[in-house]
Design a binder for this molecule. Structure first.
Ligand code: UDP
Length: 403
């Protein structure tokens, strides 16, 4: 990133916002920051860090991004933590054993030796690397939670809190996710980078080229959900919605996904999704490589309606991305989606397959209403969910912690 990039942000968010950003960065001059997560590719945390870390540096804050290493057993364990923390019950035969808890601790122990944690502020993302905090010295440690804790399993939370309680502060995306504890907490919603490959403006021709390359005709209304293949994103529910809509209005459906290294359940969900879609050549299931930023950008711009039918959602960057592209979005009434969509104004919020069918049909009949909602959504993102605001929140927090 270069200073000319800062002017590109300035064109979008205005000089006042950039001025504030630089002033906040100036107040913490010399303080170094390290972010740690558990995968270099896939999912919202990576999407954020890819832009946030270079932007920290651009405003003068020394910043690094470290990725912890794990084993299959470790990631199976942390995926169970993730599911339980988001309120899912264990499936038949599934349980968290002492052996798994030992593996969680052992892998974190190993990473304590390998990961460079020597900076003034260490920001740990999500439960996987939470136990690294035992390596802390006099520096400041912040736990950044990206998941929906609104109905968290108490035993899992209590286990993790034995580590999280050792941090100086925790960050949640919504007040609803905060767990009762003496730990200082901050509310910082995530954001998207309007200049990234995923979100930058594209021409109609560029969009067309991507659809052509992927072999998807653009001759009928297109419904799209972009998500990791994960039960909480309800891809099967989306296929059910499409099937009902299709009885009345011709359309196509794209489910664009991918897998993340720290999400071992993805392949299993993908298999079920393929099974559910079998026999319908108007459903396109795309298992995209992790660097398909440009393709996802084009798919989001080429879709007539974007669906994000999540049952639980930490924030839902896919919603932010689609709103930024002024798409009409139908989102599950869950977690961070609710922060972004005001029902009927900047999108629709739905609680069931039936409600989603109703809203898709409505938008197919009323495309001009969809365009208006899309424009309203873009404004919400511009005002609240761009990366410059996100960085300002981090700089402020670091200033408070280190003062
Ligand atoms: N994403 C992607 N490729 C995929 C699926 C998702 O690049 O195949 C991106 C998506 O565009 C978004 C992020 O991964 O930027 C997902 O973030 P979100 O907050 O929606 O969900 P998470 O995966 O973190 O639960």
């Amino acid at each position: 990133m270069s200073f000319s990039q800062l002017s590109a942000y300035e064109e979008i968010v205005g000089s006042g916002e950039i001025g504030e950003l630089l002033a906040l960065a100036d107040e913490i001059k010399g303080i170094s920051v390290t972010h740690v997560n558990s995968t270099p590719t896939g999912g919202g945390v990576v999407e954020i860090l890819r832009s946030l870390v270079p932007l920290f540096r651009l405003v003068g804050t020394p910043c690094r991004w470290e990725v912890m290493q794990g084993t299959d057993k470790f990631f199976r364990t942390t995926k169970l933590f993730h599911n339980l923390l988001q309120g899912l019950s264990l499936k038949g035969g599934e349980k968290i054993t002492q052996d798994m808890l030992d593996e969680y601790r052992r892998v974190n122990d190993e990473n304590m030796k390998k990961v460079d944690l020597a900076s003034d502020v260490v920001i740990i993302h999500d439960p996987q690397p939470a136990a690294l905090v035992r390596a802390r010295g006099n520096n400041k440690w912040v736990w950044r939670c990206h998941i929906d804790l609104s109905s968290a399993d108490k035993r899992t939370w209590d286990f993790l809190y034995s580590y999280i309680g050792q941090y100086d502060a925790a960050i949640f995306s919504l007040e609803d996710f905060v767990q009762p504890s003496p730990l200082a907490h901050y509310i910082i919603p995530p954001s998207i980078d309007p200049l990234s490959e995923k979100n930058k403006e594209l021409s109609t021709q560029q969009v067309k080229n991507v659809f052509k390359k992927l072999g998807i005709p653009q001759d009928r209304p297109m419904l799209l959900q972009v998500s990791r293949f994960d039960y909480f994103k309800d891809p099967i529910g989306v296929i059910k919605v499409y099937r009902q809509v299709k009885k009345k209005a011709d359309c196509r459906l794209i489910l664009a996904g991918g897998t993340a290294e720290d999400d071992p359940e993805g392949w299993q969900v993908l298999k079920q999704v393929k099974e559910e879609a079998k026999g319908d050549s108007d459903i396109y299931i795309l298992n995209l490589p992790p660097d398909s930023f440009f393709e996802i950008n084009a798919l989001q711009r080429g879709a007539d309606i974007v669906i994000q039918k999540s049952l639980k959602e930490g924030f839902g960057l896919t919603v932010t991305e689609a709103l930024w592209k002024a798409r009409p979005v139908i989102g599950g009434n869950a977690g961070g989606i609710v922060l972004q969509i005001k029902d009927g104004e900047s999108g629709f919020l739905v609680n069931s397959i039936e409600e989603a069918i109703d809203k898709v049909e409505y938008l197919l009949r009323n495309p001009s209403y969809g365009r208006e909602m899309g424009e309203a959504g873009r404004k919400v993102v511009k005002d609240k969910f761009l990366i410059t605001r996100h960085l300002k929140d981090y700089l402020r927090l670091i200033g408070e912690l280190c003062s």
